[in-house]
Design a protein around this ligand. Structure first.
Ligand code: HEM
Length: 405
């Protein structure tokens, strides 16, 4: 495993910055460079945490769940003690053996065959929405296209009824902020979500799930004892918290990158089979979940540095996905690049269980855009939402249409 050694070593170098300072959240690329440049692993005193941003070490940490545990939470807060004390998420914040059994049950419920069965519905929905919106010539790709599309297809597949689906957007926003420190961003998004909690907590009861969705199948797995009953609702919530905002982020970023890089749009028009690569390349460059955390278990040497026990480790997937040691022209969007090995979906035992779903969504929207418009260009400045750990556009003014002869 890259980076992990048994010899005793020196403490990691100190990086005396605040990764959650507004200037770094506004310009994450600068933060990535600082982090990668400071060493294979660093100590950040402000949060008494370690941080990794180079590709090899992020990969190693995610591959090594014994030393880099998820059970103390995948955010900065240590969920087993202090003010962040809470029940850990049933899958994403579980280590083996607990994780293994649940993951295999969920892999069965969300098997590739099940997801392939959703393709026609996702494509029909993308076709309908894109066909309607290109008639307008100008629109906001985030609020007029991507958000309504994702809020339709994923909750439908789960079996959620229509009422209040838009609440999933501020809840997704809170998810990204709550992984960071308890700063103004976190507190403000928590305040917005507070009144929505009764809705969120009631929607996933057994009686509320529509028949045929994978929410119902998760409930059924509790009848056979494959999933403990008390884990069902938190699990269903995890799917929506983890699947909505990330999907909106990835697809919006892809449209943004294509609109800003006309030669890449032209390359896709010439070779539409590159849609999957175009989506994955956008995830690499604009990684939706920029950072996730692990917690050291025991004191051990890693990348030539001696680590202390029970310390949070910020694993910056976004910095790894732009590491020039791993990617040629790392900061350029290139739809012809082989994106194999990007870690926007994580890696190791917790690798995203919804990645096929996300790709289905991204490909459906992009294929429909390719069919319906010759031009895809910016129609004003894009705006990002500030978030402690998510990279997410809030506004993306786009112009579409036919080329003038
Ligand atoms: C572009 C969209 C998406 C991105 C970038 C993304 C990213 C990720 C990442 C980085 C992880 C690893 C977490 C960790 O190691 O701590 C993960 C896990 C997970 N994702 Fe996704 N995700 C996306 C879409 C989805 C969708 C659509 C769903 C639901 C259908 C979903 C459900 C989950 C679940 C349940 C896990 C936990 C898996 C486990 O712990 O074994 N994600 N995702």
């Amino acid at each position: 495993m890259a980076g992990l050694t048994k010899v005793s070593a020196a403490a990691p170098p100190v990086l005396d910055i605040d990764p959650f300072a507004t200037r770094y959240l506004e310009n994450p690329y600068h933060f990535h460079e600082v982090l990668r440049g400071a060493g294979p692993i660093v100590h950040i005193p402000k949060y008494d945490m370690y941080a990794v941003g180079r590709y090899a070490e992020v990969q190693s940490a995610f591959a090594d769940w014994k030393n880099f545990s998820s059970a103390a939470g995948t955010g900065l807060g240590h969920v087993q003690k202090g003010s962040a004390l809470r029940t850990p998420g049933p899958i994403v914040e579980a280590d083996p053996p607990e994780h293994t059994k649940l993951r295999s049950t969920l892999n069965r419920i969300l098997s590739p065959a099940v997801i392939r069965g959703w393709r026609d519905d996702f494509e029909a929905e993308a076709e309908r929405r894109v066909a309607a919106i290109v008639q307008r010539g100008e629109f906001d790709a985030v609020t007029d296209l991507v958000e309504p599309f994702i809020l339709r297809v994923l909750p439908d597949a789960m079996g959620l009824d229509d009422e209040g689906r838009e609440n999933l957007l501020p809840i997704g926003d809170l998810t990204g902020n709550a992984l960071g420190p308890r700063n103004d961003l976190f507190i403000e998004s928590e305040r917005r979500v507070e009144p929505l909690l009764p809705w969120f907590n009631s929607k996933f009861e057994r009686a509320a799930m529509l028949p045929g969705g994978f929410g119902e199948k998760i409930w059924q797995a509790s009848d056979t004892g494959d999933i403990e009953t008390e884990k069902v609702m938190p699990l269903i919530r995890t799917f929506l918290r983890g699947g909505i905002d990330t999907g909106v982020s990835g697809i919006s970023s892809m449209i943004w990158l294509l609109a800003c890089n006309p030669e890449q749009w032209s390359a896709l028009k010439a070779e539409p089979k590159l849609v999957r690569q175009a989506f994955d390349e956008a995830l690499r460059l604009e990684t939706p979940a920029q950072s996730l955390f692990r917690t050291t278990r025991g004191s051990f040497a890693f990348a030539g540095c001696q680590l202390d026990d029970d310390v949070k480790v910020m694993c910056c997937l976004a910095a790894a996905n732009r590491d020039p040691a791993q990617w040629a022209d790392a900061d350029n969007y290139n739809v012809k690049r082989s994106t194999i090995g990007h870690i926007a979906f994580g890696t190791g035992i917790h690798v995203c269980i919804g990645q096929m779903v996300a790709r289905l969504e991204g490909e459906a929207i992009l294929a429909a855009l390719l069919r319906h418009t010759e031009i895809l260009e910016m129609n004003g400045p894009a705006r990002h939402k500030l978030s402690n750990t998510a990279r997410r556009l809030a506004a993306l003014p786009i112009r579409v249409g036919r080329k003038a002869n």
